[in-house]
Write a protein that binds this ligand. Structure first.
Ligand SMILES: *Cc1c(COP(=O)(O)O)cnc(C)c1O
Length: 843
């Protein structure tokens, strides 16, 4: 770990109302508590502009945030200047989502100034934790995929790899979830209302983005045949940059988010001709493009606008890259792949393949072959899902009206590509049909996963199992064509945010027992294995978990009114609500226990709190009913004195990164119970493991690797394997056979249908049960018995406190593989070919 270099003594321009002794460090850069205190006072006066009597915690939050941003700014500029000067290769991570979470605490941690900030605030009569709680998190992502992008930015900076994250500055992020009468209600997330102190807008860094219209052929002055795109709409993208500070290093990278605006010249013209309202209207229409993040799993959500969002941010990002590249030491375009690696986070940015071709050919006048060589070498594509409904395709009609030039380019890519396929597999017409970039089933459509695959030199899945399934299913034909392009990079999460920041108690225990190297070398947690049989250590381990559960219990009480006993087992499932994630399987287990307790007054179980959290897409009918099922069972269980001595059920509203900080560290049991083959990786599973939770899970996604690392004896495995799922589905899944053979299961479903949890209403939850009994692609009933039996083993292990502690410690000790640092090193070595670039601060 390089020392964060301190700054020169200089107090010119410092404001110090308190009239303290002469300061020694500049208030913009100094890392001491004193310099920070002066900086906060300074910002309260000059940035917030409120007199002392009018100051609120929120003002202190903003002042501290600005002071912290100042401290990153110098590192930020040094980092950018270095890669510009030294001509290092830069990684660009293109992602439609970045679920960053609160920034202040993380930036203090990464700069190494948490103590100083606490002291500085104390000197001003403020408490750091209260100030941290003022931050409104930017919810610019749906869940795992967006959070992964954020973890990767943290690791890139910490590993001193110059990089830029490119995405969209949605004015409204993922909706805020409230629970009213047991149902999810969506509220708009107006995250920008009180300003965003972390970003710096760069109105001068803007790009023009076309949309719609038609193309024309023409001959240029030199007689070359060229194509010109005459758009129907032209908008502008302006950049908002956020610094991404590495932990314990000077590297400070950039997250660039694009915001849509109208082009002034258009507006001005309308204004001159007197059509003022037309000008305002254009502004409104243009700004729609970055207005709102679309929730996942929406059936047919605003298709055209979504395509425009994707194209908008991709085009701005590629234009930005090409501008920097050509300005930087006048590098030729052929050198692009030596200087830039561009990663496509799922298919959302995959239009980049056609857009880079268009820019190189139409705007920079390269020949096709040269442009294609550059494109292929520059892009990598990460696939995140095998679910057919999540593989993006665009109806040809919408696509050709929206991006006419790109469709021409895609046709040309496809012609050349299919020629290659024909040469490799002569006479295999079916293969051509399967591999084509244009789907012919139903109406014609553009297959974005195929475009991303054909245009990338490296394609990877996000867990070992997922990458194997990719090669054997949705991308099998492509794998047969180019096996060398396929690889795997198992996801990871940042131990800075998900251990150090969110679990300060465990951080202290780790630091005191194994040192603090684990923050950047998570494998060092292995040293904990030396302590598993140390009773004093085990006690401290339990105490930390117990305190974290107390913290969560308080939060649960304040948000839901439900009281939880922190000595109970905390059994937690937090993630988006989806049938494949099978929250309803978890509920069937809960009802099973409820039923046993009701039927047999002498029956007892080890007390458990079942805690759920997660958002359902607003238009996803079944997911919303599953939430209703959870809240209904919760209301019944929590208020029934026969059972509430043994169990409680909580649905925590509005699961997001901020409350994730309280949730993962408080878990004893992590529920990772998706149908085998459906969860690409999962990352929540990793956060739980690092924080010492045991997993009950199927052999799906990264669970497989978690179990391998933890040791099978430290993992509660249940359920069908991928092969068994496939076999059952091939034979025709018959849910009724499980009902017939399992009276306890039949009773559980009967209770729901009779309205036992809905005050006699027999209709409201019927769709969920009907789905399970008649047409459930996720085989909930097939896994029910195995799950319930496995839960009995969990309870038995829990009752032996020492065994449980041992397993808990070993899980955390063996979680090193799941650091995003490991994942990013792998991307750097295997896909991007980028080296570290340590940054010195020059004064
Ligand atoms: C980690 C995380 C997720 C992903 O959870 P999975 O269990 O992997 O689906 C979703 N949302 C938030 C807020 C997270 O922190």
């Amino acid at each position: 770990m390089t020392d964060v270099v301190n700054t020169t003594p200089d107090n010119v321009g410092d404001f110090d109302a308190a009239g303290s002794p002469p300061p020694h460090e500049h208030s913009r850069t100094g890392l001491s508590a004193d310099a920070l205190r002066r900086a906060i006072s300074d910002h309260l006066t000059y940035s917030i502009a409120r007199p002392a009597a009018a100051l609120t915690s929120d003002h202190y939050y903003r002042a501290l945030a600005l002071a912290v941003r100042d401290r990153m700014q110098q590192r930020w500029m040094a980092t950018t200047q270095d890669w510009l000067d030294l001509s290092n290769k830069v990684t660009c991570y293109l992602s439609a989502e970045f679920l960053m979470g609160p920034q202040l605490g993380n930036n203090l941690l990464n700069l190494g100034i948490e103590k100083q900030a606490r002291e500085a605030l104390a000197a001003l009569g403020q408490e750091l934790d209260e100030i941290l709680a003022c931050e409104e998190e930017p919810g610019l992502g749906n869940g795992g995929l967006g959070r992964l992008a954020a973890c990767y930015l943290d690791s890139l900076a910490t590993l001193e790899r110059p990089s830029i994250g490119y995405g969209i500055r949605y004015e409204f992020g993922i909706f805020d979830q409230e629970i009213q009468n047991g149902w999810q209600v969506e509220k708009t997330d107006n995250w920008l209302v009180s300003g965003n102190p972390w970003e710096i807008d760069k109105p001068d860094a803007s790009y023009i983005v076309n949309w719609g219209g038609y193309t024309e052929q023409y001959e240029d002055l030199a007689g070359h045949h060229r194509v010109r795109w005459i758009p129907q709409q032209v908008i502008k993208g302006v950049s908002y940059d956020t610094p991404i500070q590495g932990y314990g290093v000077n590297t400070c990278n950039t997250l660039t988010l694009w915001s849509a605006r109208s082009v002034e010249s258009f507006a001005l013209e309308a204004f001159n001709t007197g059509d003022f309202y037309k000008a305002v209207e254009d502004e409104v229409v243009a700004e729609k493009v970055s207005k709102v993040l679309y929730p996942n799993d929406e059936p047919d959500a605003g298709k055209r606008l979504r395509l425009q969002q994707q194209y908008f941010f991709v085009s701005c990002s590629l234009q930005d890259i090409l501008r920097i590249h050509t300005e930087r030491a006048d590098l030729p375009l052929e050198a692009l792949p030596q200087k830039w690696a561009i990663q496509l986070n799922d298919t959302h940015p995959s239009i980049a393949v056609a857009e880079l071709m268009r820019l190189l050919i139409d705007e920079h006048h390269l020949g096709w072959d040269e442009a294609w060589g550059i494109t292929l070498e520059t892009f990598g594509y990460t696939n995140h899902t095998l679910l057919p409904e999540a593989l993006e395709t665009w109806p040809l009609g919408i696509f050709s009206e929206s991006l006419p030039r790109h469709l021409e380019i895609i046709y040309e890519i496809n012609n050349r590509f299919l020629d290659e396929v024909r040469a490799r597999f002569p006479g295999d017409e079916d293969r051509l049909r399967r591999m084509s970039l244009i789907g012919e089933d139903g109406g014609k459509s553009v297959r974005m996963a195929h475009l991303a695959t054909v245009g990338s030199h490296a394609i990877n899945g996000v867990a070992a199992l997922h990458s194997e399934l990719l090669k054997a299913s949705v991308l099998q034909d492509f794998y047969e064509m180019w096996p060398e392009r396929f690889g795997n990079v198992t996801n990871g999460v940042t131990p800075r945010r998900f251990l150090a920041l969110s679990n300060p108690g465990l951080r202290t225990l780790l630091d005191e027992s194994i040192g603090d190297g684990w923050l950047t070398e998570l494998d060092q947690l292995r040293a904990l294995e030396n302590f598993v049989d140390d009773p004093a250590f085990r006690q401290r381990w339990r105490d930390v978990k117990r305190a974290n559960k107390g913290r969560l219990a308080e939060f649960v009480h304040s948000t839901t009114g439900i009281e939880l006993d922190p000595t109970w087992m905390f059994d937690i499932q937090v993630k988006r609500i989806h049938e494949y994630k099978r929250q309803h399987l978890n509920v069937l287990h809960i009802i099973t226990l409820y039923n046993r307790l009701k039927q047999n007054p002498s029956f007892a179980i080890a007390p458990r709190a079942f805690i759920f959290g997660g958002k359902a897409a607003p238009g996803y009918f079944m997911a919303k009913r599953i939430i209703r099922l959870i809240t209904a069972v919760g209301a019944t269980v929590n208020n029934d004195p026969d059972v509430n001595r043994y169990m409680k059920v909580v649905f925590l509203p509005n699961f997001n990164v901020q409350n994730a900080h309280l949730i993962y560290p408080a878990a004893n049991l992590s529920e990772q119970i998706s149908t085998a083959g459906k969860e690409a990786s999962g990352t929540g599973n990793m956060k739980f493991m690092m924080n010492g939770a045991l997993t009950i899970g199927t052999l799906d996604g990264a669970n497989v690797e978690i179990r391998e690392e933890a040791g099978p004896e430290n993992f509660f495995l249940f359920g069908l394997t991928v092969d068994e799922v496939e076999r059952i589905q091939a034979q025709g899944y018959r849910p009724s056979s499980y009902l017939e053979n399992d009276p306890e299961l039949a009773e559980v479903l009967e209770l729901i249908l009779q309205g036992a949890f809905t005050h006699g209403d027999t209709e409201v939850l019927r769709p969920v049960v009907d789905n399970l009994i008649h047409h459930d692609p996720f085989l909930v009933l097939a896994d029910y018995r195995s799950y319930v039996d496995c839960q009995a083993k969990v309870s038995a292990a829990w009752q032996d406190g020492d065994t449980w502690s041992r397993m808990s410690i070993l899980n955390a000790a063996r979680s090193g593989k799941f650091s995003s640092d490991r994942a990013i090193e792998q991307y750097c070595d295997e896909i991007w070919n980028v080296d570290p670039m340590p940054v010195d601060l020059k004064f």
